[in-house]
Design a protein around this ligand. Structure first.
Ligand SMILES: [Fe+2]
Length: 573
C-alpha cells in the first residue's frame, strides 16, 4: 500500500467544497492556511521545489465562494527567486538537494505558514521567512537583509543568499519579536554547522540580529525553535543529514542519530548584546530525534516540552525510480521523489528540561505498535493556550510499506524490525493530555487510501473578548474548539472537522470538493483570522541587496533579467 498517487499527480487549483456529512458549526471562523512544495520540476526529491500557499476559508460564502460553499485557493509564492526561475529556467539545475544556480540559493519557502500580528509569513529550513499579502496571498518581501543575517551560510557567488534557518521560528508574544536560527558552515573547532539565535523585531525594519552559540558545532539541522517566557530551545533535529557520498553519485551511507543535543538559551542573556556576539547555551541530550517540539510558555515550574519523536524517520532519505519496497514490489512511480516513510512506531513524550542539572526528566510517554508516521500536530497557539495547554492533537499516518524502500531497510537493518513493516496500518487522529501524555481520544482511518495530513486547531468564538490575545477562544488550551483534519485521497480531498474535546466521536462535519478535486502534497498548516489588508511596515526590497559586488558574481548577460525582476518586486508594496 502506497500513499495516494494524487500527492504528486494532482495540480494546485482553486475550487469549492461543500458539506457532505454532518453540520458545519456557526462558531468557527477564520481560515486554515497550508504550505506546499509545488511540482515545477521533476526533481529527485520533491520537498525542495518552489512553495505554494493554500487557504481554506472556514466560513461559507467567503473568499469568493458561492452560498453554502467553502473556498480553497492556492497561489504560487512568487519570490524573486521563483520569478528568476520562471524567466531563466536553464540557469537552474536540480539534484537531490533541490535547485542549484549561478544566481545563488533558491528560497523555496514551502514548509509552514506563520500568521503573526495581522501578517502572514511562510517559512523554509534553507531560507528566510517570506511575507505574503493576507488578502491576495501574493509575495510581498523576504525578512531581514542578508548582511544582518550574517551573510550566506556558505560563501558562494550569486544574488540570492544561502541562509540555513528553521522552518519553525516562533513568535514571542511579550517581546513582539520572532525568534529563529541561522546555521553557518565552519571549520573550527571542527567541521560542521554552527547555530546562531536570530531575532527579528518588526520595529527594526529590514534588519535582524544574531548571536552564535559559542563552541557548538554539529552536523544536522534545526527544524524547530521553541520557547518559554524566559528560555529559547533549539535542537539538532537529527533526522536530516545531507550525505556527501550520495551527492557524489554513490549509495547513501549516513543514518539518523539515536539521540540529539538540545540547547537552552536564556532570553535575557541576549538583551542589549551586540549582534554577532557569541553566547553560551546550556546543552542537554534528548532521544529520539524530533522534528517538532513545543514548550509550555509558563516556565515557573520548569521548561515543559512536548517532544514529538521521529523514531527511524530519516527525512533525507527519498524514494528513487528503481527502488523496491520492503515487500519486494517496485515503488509506485507516483511515490518517487517523496520521502522514505517511518521504519518504526513513533514516541511522543513530555519532558521537563532542567537547565540546572542538565537533565531531561520524563513526565509522560506514549508509543504503541500503531503510532507509525507521527505526522504533525494541532494545538492552541494563543498565548493563553500556550500558558496552560490542556490537549495536544496528533495525526499518525500509519505504516506504509509501499513507501519504505529496501535500500533504506538494508541501511537500517540493525535498527528495524522488518516484520513490523510488512503490512499497512490505519492512520489515526489522536488526542493526548498535556503533561501526562495520556491518550484521551483516537479516531481511526481504516480506509488505507486515506492519507491524513497536517491538522489545525481552530478556537471557538474567537475574538469575542477583547481582553484576550489575538487567537484565543473562550477556554484556551486545546480542548474548546475544533480540530481540522485534511484527508488526502485519490477519491477526492476531504476536510474533516472534529470537536477538539471529543475527537473519538468522529467528525462533526466533512467537506469535499464539488467535483471530487484532489490536492497535491501539503506540509504544515496553521489557523488564522481572516485578514484583508497589508500591514503598513518597513520591508526589505530585492533591489536593496543587489550590490555591485553581488551582481558582478553572476554572468553579465543575466543582469537585465535580474533588474527587471527587481523593478517588478519594488512595485509590490
Ligand atoms: Fe516541520
Amino acid at each position: 500500500m502506497s500513499t495516494p498517487r494524487s500527492l504528486t499527480t494532482a495540480r494546485h487549483a482553486d475550487f469549492e467544497l461543500e458539506v457532505v456529512e454532518g453540520t458545519w458549526p456557526t462558531d468557527i471562523s477564520g481560515e486554515m492556511v497550508l504550505s506546499s512544495p509545488q511540482h515545477c520540476t521533476s526533481m529527485e526529491y520533491g520537498i525542495f521545489d518552489w512553495g505554494a500557499i493554500c487557504r481554506l476559508s472556514l466560513e461559507q460564502g467567503t473568499r469568493g465562494a458561492g452560498p453554502g460553499r467553502f473556498a480553497w485557493q492556492s497561489r504560487s509564492i512568487q519570490s524573486p527567486g521563483k520569478r528568476l526561475w520562471d524567466r531563466l529556467p536553464k540557469q537552474f539545475a536540480t539534484s537531490g538537494t533541490g535547485y542549484q544556480s549561478v544566481l545563488g540559493a533558491s528560497n523555496a519557502s514551502n514548509t509552514a505558514p506563520l500568521p503573526w500580528g495581522g501578517r502572514l509569513y511562510t517559512t523554509w529550513d534553507a531560507g528566510r521567512p517570506i511575507e505574503l499579502h493576507p488578502e491576495t496571498l501574493e509575495f510581498v518581501a523576504e525578512v531581514g537583509h542578508r548582511d544582518s543575517w550574517g551573510g550566506s551560510s556558505l560563501d558562494m557567488p550569486g544574488i540570492m543568499p544561502f541562509l540555513l534557518s528553521s522552518a519553525h521560528p516562533v513568535v514571542d508574544p511579550e517581546r513582539d519579536c520572532l525568534w529563529s536560527v541561522k546555521l553557518d558552515f565552519v571549520m573550527e573547532p571542527s567541521i560542521g554547522l554552527r547555530p546562531a539565535v536570530v531575532r527579528y523585531d518588526p520595529a527594526d525594519g529590514t534588519q535582524v540580529r544574531f548571536w552564535p552559540l559559542d563552541g557548538i558545532v554539529f552536523g544536522g539541522s534545526t527544524h524547530t525553535v521553541s520557547q518559554t517566557r524566559d528560555w529559547l530551545i533549539l535542537a539538532d533535529s537529527g533526522n536530516f543529514k545531507p550525505d556527501p557520498a550520495e551527492m557524489a553519485g554513490g549509495a547513501r551511507e549516513l543514518t539518523i542519530d539515536s539521540e540529539v543535543p538540545v540547547w537552552l538559551i536564556r532570553k535575557d542573556q541576549l538583551e542589549g548584546l551586540a549582534t554577532g556576539t557569541p553566547v553560551t547555551p546550556t546543552t542537554l541530550t534528548m532521544a529520539p530525534p524530533a522534528g517538532h517540539f513545543y514548550a509550555r510558555w509558563e516556565d515557573a515550574d520548569g521548561i515543559s516540552v512536548v517532544w514529538e519523536g521521529m523514531d527511524l524517520m530519516d527525512l533525507a532519505f527519498y524514494l528513487k525510480p528503481d527502488d523496491l519496497d520492503v515487500n519486494g514490489n517496485p515503488i509506485d512511480p507516483a511515490s518517487v521523489g517523496l520521502y522514505n516513510m517511518a521504519m518504526a512506531p513513533e514516541t511522543i513524550v513530555e519532558v521537563l528540561l532542567d537547565p540546572e542539572s542538565g537533565k531531561a526528566i520524563e513526565r509522560g510517554i506514549y508509543r504503541e505498535d500503531w503510532t507509525f508516521n507521527l505526522q504533525l500536530s494541532a494545538m492552541d497557539w494563543s498565548t493563553e493556550g500556550l500558558t496552560k495547554p490542556t490537549l495536544h492533537h496528533v495525526s499518525y499516518q500509519g505504516c506504509r510499506p509501499g513507501n519504505i524502500s529496501q535500500r533504506a531497510a538494508t541501511l537500517y537493518t540493525d535498527r528495524i524490525d522488518l516484520d513490523q513493516l510488512r503490512e499497512a496500518t490505519p492512520g489515526a487522529l489522536a488526542t493526548f493530555e498535556r503533561g501526562s501524555m495520556e491518550l484521551k481520544a483516537k479516531w481511526e482511518y481504516p480506509n488505507l487510501g486515506d492519507h491524513i495530513t497536517s491538522p489545525t486547531f481552530a478556537p471557538r468564538n474567537c475574538g469575542t473578548r477583547s481582553s484576550q490575545s489575538a487567537y484565543a477562544g473562550g477556554e484556551p488550551g486545546g480542548h474548546d474548539g475544533y480540530v481540522i483534519q485534511p484527508v488526502m485521497s485519490d477519491d477526492g480531498f476531504r476536510v474533516e472537522l472534529f470537536d477538539a474535546a471529543a475527537v473519538g466521536n468522529g467528525p462533526i462535519a466533512v467537506l469535499k470538493g464539488t467535483n471530487r478535486e484532489c490536492v497535491p502534497l501539503v506540509l504544515h498548516s496553521a489557523w488564522m483570522p481572516a485578514y484583508h489588508h497589508l500591514v503598513d511596515a518597513e520591508r526589505l526590497r530585492f533591489s536593496d541587496e543587489l550590490t555591485d559586488d553581488l551582481m558582478a558574481s553572476v554572468p553579465a548577460e543575466l543582469h537585465g533579467v535580474i533588474r527587471d525582476v527587481a523593478a517588478e518586486c519594488d512595485g509590490l508594496f
